[in-house]
Design a protein. Structure first.
Length: 191
């Protein structure tokens, strides 16, 4: 069984595209949403501004403020997914384990905004971990490898006709030169 690069590239390209169609569509659509996450507060709440630059609020005050915000459902530190301190904005973002985010003033502890943060869920969908812990490595990673192969075969299939034409012109030019040489040699003999 011989390997025909052009024919086999087409087969790889066609079957690879079918094989990864659904996972690639999921990555593509979630990636599009992530590209515009800062443009739409529905995806990721916009960062507010605190009373001044820097942060001076002690951790106990942060936890107490988080407990006072019902949407966060916080009663202890374990209920907080992460703190995002933005000293340039004077804001601390408190992300609850339930997907809600509260932004508080980094100096006064005043509640500035409370909103559902959907970008984390979209990121989990994007990398496959939302579906199952193993989907990330056993479905989405192989799909990415297949996308790379599709890219390579697509580039080959795109440029192959141009390369073939160039090779053909080169071959025709060489034949023409060879015919001229033979004609010149023949003319010299008869002269």
């Amino acid at each position: 069984m011989d390997f025909d690069l052009r024919k086999d590239s087409r087969k790889l390209h066609r079957w690879g595209a079918i094989l990864i169609a659904l996972p690639f569509l999921i990555v593509l659509l979630s990636g599009l949403l992530l590209q515009v996450k800062k443009e739409f507060a529905w995806i990721q709440p916009s960062t507010q501004s605190g009373s001044q630059v820097g942060a001076s609020l002690p951790f106990d005050s942060i936890l107490n403020t988080a407990k006072s915000i019902p949407e966060l459902a916080v009663s202890k530190w374990e209920d907080i997914d992460r703190l995002d301190v933005r000293p340039d904005d004077g804001v601390i973002k408190i992300r609850g384990a339930n997907g809600w985010e509260a932004q508080i003033d980094a100096h006064t502890g005043e509640k500035l905004q409370v909103a559902n943060r959907r970008s984390d869920v979209i990121e989990a969908i994007h990398d496959g971990s939302w579906f199952h812990d193993k989907a990330k490595l056993w479905l989405f990673l192989p799909s990415a490898v297949v996308v790379l192969i599709l890219w390579l075969t697509g580039i080959y299939l795109f440029f192959y006709p141009y390369f073939a034409k160039w090779q053909n012109r080169k071959r025709l030019k060489e034949r023409k030169l060879e015919r001229r040489r033979k004609q010149k040699a023949s003319d010299e003999i008869t002269a």
